[in-house]
Design a protein around this ligand. Structure first.
Ligand code: SF4
Length: 367
């Protein structure tokens, strides 16, 4: 395999990304976590905003989790942010603020798997670990004309072999070149084999041309989607200026994120409710808002509807009432309408808010 051609192509064609060229493990770490399940174009503005607010591991570790989550809005999959925050605390407390460069120690940090360790350590510290993400797997399946299943061990063997054949090139450059090739040239739909620096050694292309290439890699069997129903309650206090929200530390989807009280049914373990509609409507007149929203999270397809509840209680008493009905892992508060979009900013909450009569929200006083 002519890896020199790959490295030349990468040096020439690589995208100018803010974390490229950085040897700072923290900046690389944040970029790698954000890029999991998020496209690079969507992640870039949020990455720059995040690093401007949390420029190093110390500022991130010191910041309240709520604030870190608020800088994660738009990226989704909030567990990534929670793990990043927890891991930052460990790096500061146990490793003097230095990201551990020993692979097993790095892997023990929350939210850091073999791929992330290999990416951070190879790029920041020249540790010879091969990165193996979906892009690299696709390139390897095609180079080797293989129908191996995605989790097959043979992929790490091939990735290690290629890394071992890199000559004088740094492990970080090799890994980034492989990932860039998968992202830009050896794409899932239409690979641009004519522009590929590895084309002369690509077995799938040599043996079966474009038709064979399009069959690889072998797809995982499709997972059937799970249909869920969500009733979501937007509860106003007596003055109709504040809304009751909660932070559920054991929520199925939005753990430790401010959201509306809700009832979720269709999960394998039955119904999950942060409060029942009966209990909430007992707080005051209740009517269902018109319309429904749809939202997808991983394999879950949520059908949601919003109930608008006008409570007879002042904000403080509303929070007291919710505490009595809720569980110990629920934290309740009220927030003014003007602050609502900033506090309850997940994409699912935004969809729900769009269903509510805008006149109701326009009447809210600022905090
Ligand atoms: S020749 Fe085509 S299929 Fe083979 S690695 Fe290059 S882009 Fe992928």
């Amino acid at each position: 395999m002519n890896l020199e051609a790959l490295y030349d192509w990468y040096r020439r064609e690589q995208r100018a990304l803010p974390f490229r060229g950085s040897r700072d493990p923290y900046a690389i770490w944040v970029s790698e976590i954000m890029l999991q399940q998020t496209r690079v174009e969507a992640m870039l503005p949020l990455y720059e905003r995040f690093l401007a607010r949390f420029p190093n591991v110390q500022t991130l570790a010191r910041a309240p989790l709520d604030e870190v989550l608020s800088f994660w809005h738009g990226l989704g999959y909030y567990n990534r942010a929670r793990n990043l925050h927890r891991a930052a605390g460990i790096v500061v407390r146990e490793y003097g603020g230095q990201f551990p460069l020993e692979p097993n120690t790095a892997r023990s940090l929350p939210g850091i798997g073999p791929y992330t360790v290999a990416a951070i350590l190879s790029i920041a510290a020249d540790v010879p670990l091969a990165t193996l993400d979906g892009n690299v797997r696709r390139v390897l399946a095609r180079l080797n004309d293989s129908e191996a299943a995605p989790g097959d061990r043979v992929f790490s063997d091939w990735a290690d072999d290629l890394l071992g054949a890199r000559g004088d090139v740094s492990p970080g450059l090799h890994n980034q070149a492989m990932m860039e090739l998968g992202a830009r040239i050896c794409k899932p739909g239409r690979p641009d084999c004519d522009a590929c620096p590895l084309a002369p050694g690509c077995l799938a292309r040599l043996r079966g041309g474009a038709e064979r290439v399009a069959q690889l890699p072998r797809r995982s069997p499709r997972v059937a989607p799970i249909a869920l129903d969500m009733e979501l309650y937007l509860i106003l206090d007596a003055s109709e200026t504040r809304v009751l929200i909660l932070n559920d530390r054991e929520s199925h989807f939005l753990k430790e994120t401010w959201f509306f009280p809700h009832r979720l049914s269709g999960l394998p373990d039955g119904v999950r409710a942060t409060a029942g509609l009966e209990q909430l409507c007992a707080l005051g007149p209740c009517r269902l808002a018109t319309g429904r929203f749809r939202h997808s999270i991983t394999k879950h397809r949520i059908q949601g509807r919003v109930a608008l509840v006008r409570s007879n209680l002042e904000a403080d008493r509303l929070v007291d009432g919710a505490r009595k009905n809720g569980a110990s892992h629920h934290v309740w508060k009220t927030v003014s309408g003007s602050n609502l979009p900033g506090q309850v900013a997940s994409s699912m909450a935004r969809k729900a808010l769009r269903l509510v009569d805008t006149n109701v929200l326009a009447g809210f006083a600022p905090d």
